[in-house]
Ligand binder design. Sequence first.
Ligand SMILES: Nc1nc(=O)c2c([nH]1)NC[C@@H]1CN(c3ccc(C(=O)N[C@@H](CCC(=O)O)C(=O)O)cc3)C=[N+]21
Length: 296
Amino acid sequence: MAARLIDGRAAAQEVRARVAQEVERFRAATGRAPGLATVLVGEDPASAVYVRSKGKATREAGMESVSHNLSADIGEAELLALVDQLNRDPAIDGILVQLPLPGHIDSAKVIAAIDPAKDVDGFHPINAGKLAIGAADALVPCTPFGCLYLLKQELGSLSGLDAVVIGRSNIVGKPMAMLLLGESCTVTIAHSRTKDLPAVVRRADIVVAAVGRPEMVKGDWLKSSATVIDVGINRVDAGEGKTRLVGDVAFDDAQKVAGAITPVPGGVGPMTIAMLLRNTLVAAHRREGLAEPAGL
Ligand SMILES: Nc1nc(=O)c2c([nH]1)NC[C@@H]1CN(c3ccc(C(=O)N[C@@H](CCC(=O)O)C(=O)O)cc3)C=[N+]21
């Protein structure tokens, strides 16, 4: 039987509509809108597209969006000075510095300079630590948070399920594993050096693929009825000078085996942006000492 398609666009639309409602309540209570600042260094076209779509989504939710586009050869000190200025700006509740940064800039240093209360990416060591210890006020990285939203929508309780996360990055794999552990899954973090990866993946009720290798996870790696979340966004050659987007999962084959699966595009990507808006809304409430919007 063909897998159910998990519609990330529809779920993201739901989250964004709820965020927009709460933005109105926030505005009524404080006389201002939540504000998100995005910082883009250099002119990588893909990064520029993401930053633009984040700005558009922010405004559609009724929030303020401020974007800073800096030249690729800006010095680290100048970038740190901008972060400091945004940290102090009372109208800014969320700061997103688009990654990757050019090689001459130390991204860890830049991330550590962001006020943890405004770190809507959830990349600051304080937020990573809070997530690891299960603190309620962690700001959680948007992509894994979006994946968790889709999983809970699909499966309800995740308690006791076997989850395999493929990929160990600080921005997806590790926080994803922490979130799944928080839901009482039995979590395995696999990666490029994992021995017999297909056998490891075959045990999983939940597979989260976040390796950045086009169509690496094959259909016959999956347990029948597994729920598959594909975080990969890989642009590959489609012939005739065209390209297309594929995930880290070989979708056509996987779909024949899985119970449910996210498509690429239209799966995790839209949820990432929805969760960025959610984090900005929550950060704004905390900064104003307001009760956090329920159920978001
Ligand atoms: N500090 C930081 N935070 C990020 O959250 C961050 C980042 N840096 N650097 C780049 C990645 C990438 N990213 C995406 C967000 C949305 C889609 C998205 O909405 N994708 C759509 C459309 C894809 C397309 O057509 O290109 C989809 O999957 O359906 C994709 C990718 C956020 N990132």
